[in-house]
Write a protein that binds this ligand. Structure first.
Ligand SMILES: [Zn+2]
Length: 452
């Protein structure tokens, strides 16, 4: 609760600080919404135990910064497992779009809420939700309400397409889109003690007109927010875009529009050739890597180790639960490491530290909170998770960072704090009746399916 001071006693701390320091039997003291002290002196810990409003015994836990899922589509919780074994376009056109069209305003709230809850309970304290279904302008507000009620640190990336897309989803004209971004920003950004924020999200290179790309990029600069676009997600996207724009590949097209800079986030960024890698290095965009979804749709493998070598703050996402089918960020860590090692036939091409950095510190960059969270360091926002390591599939532990990447999964997350508030304790939401929510969501998807 805001105004409360909380002490975590005796955790094994993965600080993610500049020295990648681990602290055994340490303590973390949280004052209101920020980390105030981190250490291991038993005398000081005993003293803080008396001062704290709440003391959490974390002796069996690894404590780490909450992770950021930097690219998802929360509403797709309602269509996970709707149809497996399809490639991107047929999956979208025969399943995701017709189902989404039938969702009511209220459905978006419930789909968003169960998605936020899953994110929190599997270790993501923040998520960037690229929301692109605006059959009603209220849909975006319902996503924000779900973020608010779940307790997550949420960024809604207001998404749009205006030229080529499923007909129902591109009926918005430019003015309606830009006005709605401004309205949502003024209504929601910075609310809930700064927990909610907004970014601007053109859907993909072929669905948005060049003019709207430029106008929306300018608006994102005016508002001081991030700009996120699906980029080179599969080979089909590259071919489609090249056919429309003089054979230009995705990053060549974006660069010709002048919309690439360090506040531009490229979701997926898989099919980039050497020339595009040069553009990426020069423009310093932020790639958002979603390895599980990429594998699920057989999209390909992004050149992440090269991007990391360029010093780009590559962040991690789960992508929508439609194409994952989960939102498990702890599970994503292992998948990220394994995918690149195997793909490159090189076991040291990516390290545990790289993967954890992508999920935490680089995630903070994606949220527009670089240097404000993503590390267990005094002054940082108190977004913290405790992972239960005394389990047969994790213990014994030599290196906690290895246990997090290679052993733990989302079900091992025990406690979650966001902005200084405990939102999950003993694996249960402190804010939402989970069983009632699941029953409500099940009822709703069965009804929608019956209408399809
Ligand atoms: Zn996506």
């Amino acid at each position: 609760m805001i105004g409360m001071n909380t002490l975590f006693r005796n955790p094994w701390i993965v600080t993610m600080n500049d020295d990648f320091e681990m602290i055994r039997n340490g303590y973390v003291y949280v004052v209101e919404d920020k980390i105030s002290e981190v250490g291991s002196d038993p005398m000081r810990m005993a003293q803080l135990s008396l001062e704290a409003d709440s003391v959490i015994d974390a002796a069996d836990k690894i404590l780490m910064p909450g992770m950021v899922s930097a690219h998802t589509h929360l509403f797709q919780t309602f269509m996970r497992g709707l149809a497996d074994d399809l490639e991107l376009y047929p999956w979208l056109s025969t399943q995701v779009w017709p189902f989404s069209e039938l969702m009511t305003e209220e459905d978006f709230y419930y789909a968003g809420l169960i998605g936020c809850l899953e994110n929190l309970k599997t270790g993501a304290t923040s998520c960037i939700d690229q929301h692109y279904i605006f059959t009603s302008l209220n849909n975006g507000d319902h996503i924000f309400e779900a973020m608010r009620d779940s307790g997550i640190r949420g960024n809604m990336c207001r998404c749009f397409a205006n030229i080529v897309y499923y007909e129902k989803f591109r009926e918005e004209d430019q003015d309606r889109i830009l006005d709605d971004i401004k309205r949502l920003h003024s209504q929601w950004a910075g609310t809930e003690n700064g927990r909610l924020s907004l970014s601007v999200g053109p859907l993909n290179p072929w669905g948005v007109s060049p003019d709207l790309f430029q106008k929306s990029k300018q608006l994102s600069k005016d508002l001081g927010v991030k700009f996120q676009v699906h980029t080179a997600e599969d080979q089909d996207v590259v071919t489609k875009t090249a056919a429309m724009y003089d054979g230009m590949r995705n990053l060549e097209f974006f660069d010709s529009l002048g919309i690439l800079d360090e506040d531009t986030q490229l979701a997926h960024a898989i099919w980039l050739d050497d020339h595009e890698m040069e553009i990426l290095e020069k423009r310093r965009c932020q790639p958002i890597h979603c390895p599980v979804a990429n594998a699920y749709l057989a999209d390909g493998v992004a050149r992440v180790p090269e991007m990391l070598k360029m010093g780009l703050p590559v962040a991690l996402g789960t992508d929508g639960p439609g194409s994952n089918n989960a939102q498990d960020m702890l599970g994503t860590l292992k998948y990220t490491a394994l995918m690149h090692k195997n793909h490159n036939l090189n076991a040291h091409i990516i390290s545990n530290k790289d993967v954890l950095t992508m999920a935490t510190r680089n995630g903070a960059v994606a949220m527009g909170m670089d240097g404000q969270m993503g590390q267990i360091v005094p002054g940082m926002k108190a977004d913290i998770i405790l992972v239960d390591w005394k389990k047969p599939h994790i213990a014994p532990v030599h290196h906690p960072e290895s246990a997090l990447v290679n052993n733990a999964n989302g079900n091992d997350v025990d406690t979650v704090m966001v902005n200084g508030e405990i939102v999950v304790r003993n694996k249960k939401s402190t804010k939402i009746d989970e069983i009632a929510l699941i029953d409500e969501c099940q009822k709703r998807i069965e009804y929608i399916k019956s209408k399809m």
